[in-house]
Design a protein around this ligand. Structure first.
Ligand SMILES: C=C(O[C@@H]1C=C(C(=O)O)C=C[C@H]1O)C(=O)O
Length: 200
């Protein structure tokens, strides 16, 4: 098990070079699509169907693929969630969690970036498997293990630093939800890359 939240490649470092579009940006979260739409009506455009997927997001992406779907782990390990994430999860503000950041790729290209914050309380018993998912989609675990239920979907509007504004392909819109079982909850954020919802 890796200790610490380690980038898996040097290219994960936050720059505006080629891979900058694949960094999870700071995001403002809204309780509903309607609330986010008041600030950015783009959420009612072609991204909307993806923001509203209720079942496994992995399954929905797999259906959209012409040939293949895969998960690439960008980084994962024990690290401190942001204060906002800790509050959302209701865990002590400085408590470390297992944090997993991945790219969900369709037909060989990144379509979605995902960040999952998994508190220590989720990592006991069967939950220990969450540390060893590797390139197996989290959705396969959540939707096949008993007891996990998704809470309401939030809609996110991503903030970009001005020097990155000219880049195309950065995530602008995201979705997030808590998954709960009897004793714990984890937080899954999915950041849509425009290539996903602008494809014909
Ligand atoms: C939560 C799901 O799992 C997907 C897979 C993820 C992963 O492997 O880390 C992260 C976010 C998801 O979109 C899902 O399929 O609904």
């Amino acid at each position: 098990m890796r200790l610490g939240f380690m980038p898996s490649k040097v290219s994960d470092i936050d720059t505006c070079e080629d891979n900058a579009s694949l960094i999870i940006p700071p995001t403002d979260w809204y309780r509903s699509l309607i609330a986010a739409g008041l600030r950015n009506p783009a959420v009612h455009g072609p991204a909307r169907q993806w923001l509203q997927v209720q079942g496994s997001f992995t399954r929905a992406l797999q259906k959209q693929c012409a040939s293949s779907f895969h998960v690439e782990v960008q980084r994962e390990g024990f690290a401190a969630p942001t204060l906002e994430e800790a509050r959302r999860l209701g865990i002590p503000l400085r408590q470390q969690a297992w944090i997993r950041e991945v790219r969900l790729c369709g037909d060989g290209k990144p379509w979605v970036l995902a960040r999952t914050v998994i508190p220590l309380a989720c990592l006991t018993g069967e939950g220990r498997r969450l540390i060893h998912l590797g390139s197996k989609p989290l959705g396969a675990y959540l939707f096949s293990s008993r007891g996990w239920q998704r809470g309401p979907l939030e809609t996110g509007l991503c903030n970009h630093r001005s020097r990155c504004l000219s880049k195309t392909g950065v995530p602008e819109i995201a979705r997030r939800s808590l998954f709960r079982n009897q004793k714990s909850a984890l937080l899954v954020g999915e950041y849509l890359l425009p290539v996903l919802y602008r494809q014909s």
